[in-house]
Ligand binder design. Structure first.
Ligand code: GPU
Length: 841
């Protein structure tokens, strides 16, 4: 407000306001201008990198104009906003997405072609923004896309890691990690050097009573780190709404203190301070579904939460509203427990800085926050050691103890004398050392808790959070089944399929209302339509086959059945079950006569995914897959009947090539372990079928598309506990086919078997926690059904059309509307279309 232009001068501003380009000529003009001025190059010195930079800057300028209008509109309307706090945003590439969302990809394609470039080559120059591990981070990215597309006033808050998820290389069959320095050239971010927040760590708390006898706590001493904002525009699809993702970057507080050190000759230590501060936002922790309790991670969490809340509170205070209106203006969603400190930080701001009393503050806090849980795996539930907390965030620890005290008092009133209950639900675990249980803190400090698929939401209510359902009642706990954005995962990844669907459903409307896909049901037996449908799948498989050839050197036949499992490597996701199944298939082929072999369905088994650098068993699984591939792919008895491929460095942009090319994809987690899964949705939406367990969203996918269109197998979640008990205390008999597979591995058929001893041993000798042996037979039988079904191509194609037609439910738009209504209580706020979007509808 202080810096706004006085009324009389505003006409001049309006007259010269930036106007986003719409035509091809204006786009080219922008590209050439950026090449010649921004980049200081010329037509004699413009490679694809420069063309990418210029095209991106042209689109970025366009987005920023709309971003400004959106932000002004949101500020002016002053309605409720959503803040999505996530330590991970797995955005992938931005240029293709921006072109499609503003409806100008064809304009850009022609423009670039006139300037001498192929648009695909330009798109491929971009480095993925890979600030996430897997499903949780990609979900946050899909949500940002949906919130903007549905015109919700919503911001994402995260960390601007200098290094995203590592790049994976496969060397001699082993995973090798290479740092992912992605900021060399990033046209999509805007540094806001004027938006800087001081964040405090360490120090101590001084308590005293003021003149009015009020207790005051002052957190003093310690050190200050500066958080600088970097803004990334998030365009909605076919709407001017352009939301903001604000990422914080850390820097040492340069100021008198450092300067003093510097002048007093302590140069080294002032540089060390600088580096220590910058370490906070240096690197994304590469663990998926695992908590390691490292101090730097807690520092990251508080740094990000403190800066974000300072920003949110500052914006609220500008409106001069009463504090009690805070939850009417602001909804904050906690993406897993990583931002749970925000609950404590807001309480601290309200009582220590703003002088509210505890109860008044706590009502505001709990009405503001919602918490999403993404796993029931015990090793993933965050706990922080109390001594570590005490040292880093002494005031926050006191507030947590107070929150816990009031909470346990309320439990005691409700369940008098139930000491066991108090111990079970306490936010502080009475272990050695004591631990802060972050999920419990998140539940106590939020008004809604949700799981991410029906089974998962039921499981959290009956297992890990059972006591809390008794305490707070069932209404606090709800389900919001995950979804994916059809813009990226259909329109962008599979343009030909999107075009075919558009031609039959009256345009691109389905991308905003995915239930329109239902209209495809009437084409499920249409000969002409099926032919086109099948041609598109084949073309997508050819594209992947070319990519496989160029990246691995292996030739695969695109007419084979493409069987794909791409996701983080984890024992619970059971890539080991898949590769054991592949070895079983190999044994079967080897035992066949040439005539028998002719009847087989040729298959390509494709794997991809990263293992956490410290997760030895996951790395062993990668090693086995690669060694099995090396043997099978060159066995002349096998030929085209079976190929095994491990694709290096699976990421979002590779997923856009891989997903449209599947015939079958594998979602085969031990029942009850995969909270939802989202790639299952992507594969089905792209005309692939799935083989899967009754787990996560597979169950709802089955409900939607029909059980004839999915290959389900394996034990049910309700039986897992008993089976594990039998393994440990009863007799554990191994599946006989799996024993044969293990025998082959042990014969050194895939290299020194010693390397795989821990893997086979975990199943044979150490309880088979993930039920690989229990599910093996069912898996093999079901894969045989897949082979049979694939032989009837007519029927197969019909199944895939019907499945796509029924996938409307899994749009992240549906999901965001559910959050908005059930949890956030926010309404969309459309922005006037004044600049005109592209006409590519
Ligand atoms: N998920 Br917890 C992650 O990707 N990383 C994590 O650290 C945790 C959960 C995933 C779940 O495994 C997956 O089932 C779910 O679909 C996804 O979050 C989004 O909810």
């Amino acid at each position: 407000v202080e810096a706004s232009i006085p009324e009389p001068q505003r006409d001049a501003w309006k007259k010269f306001q930036a106007k986003p380009f719409v035509s091809k000529d204006d786009f080219e003009k922008e590209v050439v201008r950026h090449v010649e001025t921004t980049l200081a190059r010329s037509m004699f010195n413009c490679d694809e990198t420069a063309a990418y930079a210029a095209a991106s800057l042209a689109f970025r300028d366009r987005l920023i104009t709309e971003w400004n209008r959106t932000q002004q509109r949101q500020t002016f309307a002053d309605t409720k906003r959503v803040y999505y706090l996530s330590l991970e945003f797995l955005m992938g590439r931005a240029l293709d997405n921006a072109m499609l969302n503003v409806g100008l990809k064809n304009v850009a394609k022609e423009g670039l072609s006139e300037l001498g470039f192929r648009i695909e080559d330009i798109i491929n120059q971009e480095h993925d923004a890979a600030l996430g591990n897997g499903g949780l981070g990609r979900l946050a990215a899909c949500f940002l896309d949906s919130m903007a597309s549905l015109n919700f006033p919503a911001w994402g808050y995260g960390l601007r890691y200098k290094y995203g998820i590592f790049k994976q290389e496969i060397v001699d069959g082993y995973q090798v990690e290479v740092p992912d320095y992605w900021l060399d050239f990033n046209p999509w971010e805007f540094p806001r050097h004027d938006i800087v927040v001081d964040v405090q760590f360490y120090g101590g708390v001084r308590k005293y009573q003021d003149e009015d006898g009020k207790n005051v706590a002052v957190w003093e001493g310690g050190e200050i780190v500066k958080a600088t904002a970097y803004d990334v525009p998030i365009p909605g699809f076919n709407t001017p709404t352009t939301n903001n993702m604000r990422l914080w970057s850390s820097k040492a507080a340069s100021g008198e203190f450092d300067f003093q050190k510097f002048n007093s000759g302590d140069y080294e230590s002032s540089v060390a301070d600088q580096q220590r501060a910058e370490t906070i936002s240096a690197v994304l922790y590469p663990n998926d579904n695992l908590d390691r309790g490292k101090e730097l991670r807690l520092k990251q969490q508080y740094f990000w939460v403190a800066a974000s809340l300072y920003d949110i509170v500052r914006r609220f205070k500008k409106s001069k509203r009463a504090w009690s209106e805070f939850p009417d203006q602001i909804a904050i969603q906690l993406n897993d427990t990583h931002p749970t400190l925000a609950i404590v930080e807001l309480q601290r701001i309200l009582i220590d800085m703003e002088g509210l009393d505890w109860d008044e503050a706590w009502t505001i806090v709990t009405n503001t926050f919602g918490y999403t849980n993404h796993t029931v795996l015990p090793e993933a539930l965050e706990k922080w050691s109390v001594p570590l907390f005490q040292n880093l965030l002494p005031r926050h620890l006191q507030i947590i103890y107070d929150i816990n005290m009031f909470f346990l008092q309320s439990v005691e009133r409700k369940f008098p004398g139930d000491r066991d209950m108090l111990g079970r639900v306490s936010i502080i675990e009475e272990s050695q050392p004591k631990m802060v249980r972050m999920a419990y803190l998140a539940i106590v400090g939020s008004h809604k808790v949700n799981g991410v698929a029906e089974l998962h939401s039921d499981l959290i209510k009956t297992t890990i959070f059972r006591d809390f359902v008794k305490i707070f009642g069932p209404d606090k706990f709800t389900n919001v089944t995950n979804g994916i954005t059809p813009r990226r995962w259909l329109h962008q990844a599979n343009p030909r399929l999107s075009e075919l669907i558009a031609s039959k459903t009256g345009g691109l409307g389905f991308l905003k209302d995915l239930n329109i896909l239902n209209e495809l049901e009437k084409f499920a037996d249409d000969k002409e339509f099926k032919k086109e449908w099948a041609e598109i799948k084949y073309a997508n498989k050819v594209r992947l086959a070319k990519y496989i050839k160029s990246s691995t050197g292996v030739t695969v036949n695109p007419s084979s059945l493409f069987d794909i499992q791409v996701k983080r490597i984890h024992e619970y996701k059971r890539q080991q079950l898949n590769i054991f199944g592949v070895i079983h298939r190999y044994l079967t082929i080897k035992a066949m006569t040439p005539n028998e072999r002719k009847k087989l369905t040729p298959r390509v088994s494709i794997f991809g995914g990263k293992a956490a650098p410290g997760y030895w068993m996951a790395k062993t699984i990668i090693h086995l897959i690669n060694n099995v591939g090396a043997v099978i792919n060159k066995d002349p008895d096998v030929g085209d009947l079976l190929k095994v491929i491990f694709l290096e460095d699976y990421n979002v942009s590779k997923a856009e090539i891989i997903t449209p090319a599947s015939d079958i994809s594998e979602h085969i987690s031990t029942a009850g372990t995969e909270a939802s899964g989202t790639s299952n949705m992507k594969f089905v939406l792209n005309g692939g079928l799935i083989i899967g367990t009754c787990d996560g969203a597979n169950i709802e996918i089955t409900r939607e598309i029909g059980e004839n269109n999915i290959f389900l197998f394996g034990n049910l979640a309700e039986d897992v506990e008993d089976l594990r008990h039998t393994h440990n205390y009863g007799s554990h008999t191994m599946d006989t086919d799996l024993v044969k597979v293990f025998d082959l591995i042990k014969s050194n058929a895939f290299g020194d078997a010693g390397a795989f001893g821990a893997l086979t041993g975990s199943i044979e000798d150490h309880g088979d926690y993930y039920l690989v042996s229990d599910d093996f037979h069912s898996y093999i039988e079901t894969q045989a059904l897949v082979d049979e079904a694939y032989k009837d191509q007519e029927e197969w194609i019909t199944k895939t059309i019907l499945s796509v037609a029924r996938m409307g439910f899994f749009s992240s738009d549906r999901c965001i509307n559910e959050y908005a209504e059930m949890i956030w209580n926010v309404e969309p706020l459309p922005v006037e279309k004044e600049n005109g979007l592209g006409k590519e509808e």
